[in-house]
Design a binder for this molecule. Sequence first.
Ligand SMILES: Nc1ncnc2c1ncn2[C@@H]1O[C@H](COP(=O)(O)OP(=O)(O)OP(=O)(O)O)[C@@H](O)[C@H]1O
Ligand SMILES: [Mg+2]
Length: 233
Amino acid sequence: MQEVSQELLQSFRAPAYPGSLFLSFEGIEGAGKSSQLKRTTEYLEEKGYRVLVLREPGGTTFGERLRKAILETNKELHPLAEAHLFASARAQLLYEVVMKELEKGGTAIICDRYIDSSLAYQGIGRNLGFNAILQMHSLFPLNLVPHLTFYFRIDLETSYARQKMRNAPKDYFESQGGEFYKKLIAGYDKAAEIFPNRIKTIDGNRDMETVFSDVRSLLDQLIHSINTNSGQA
Ligand SMILES: Nc1ncnc2c1ncn2[C@@H]1O[C@H](COP(=O)(O)OP(=O)(O)OP(=O)(O)O)[C@@H](O)[C@H]1O
Ligand SMILES: [Mg+2]
């Protein structure tokens, strides 16, 4: 894997809106993102946050149209077309929703997938490399990254077993083979390595309650540090 540019890494920062949280959930299909999102939403609401869950790509009218375009395409897209499409939906989401909502204190925004999906899927899965994806996100507002990212790490076997259980028709990415999934796992692992403070790797192979107890303790730590450091994680 290519060397990641340290200069590019310096471009990224968490938004500094006092009292608000920006979170993302990552992992391959079946990792447990949606399940853990529900629990996390309830937990943060109990703590008094106004929680907004956003899915990527999507979350805006423009983004939902792009989501439909990519998930329903019956032709393989060029990796650059894919990468720019996701980045484009993300920029609009930041501009139209994320920044405006975070500005109002006491908001928790949770993104079901964010920049690390681009690093894993297009950077490694589609061989564009990390630097190309980081470069694409290095300008404001795409350089805004979550305070905390939960990476639910599961084995290929767990992913297959859960996909089978769910028995839903496969979308654009889900119809890829095992080699592709192995690349995604390697991509996420690499993302966690280059963003060690932001990305927390959680073993998602375990039962939902055990996984959530890890999520909860990380959230508690984050909230504590934000409250004592005036908004900077
Ligand atoms: N820790 C767990 N143990 C057992 N089953 C789980 C666990 N987490 C999730 N599942 C089940 O696995 C399936 C996939 O979980 P979920 O939808 O939360 O994953 P996801 O990461 O959101 O997947 P996708 O990327 O496809 O949206 C669901 O049927 C869910 O009930
Ligand atoms: Mg999901």
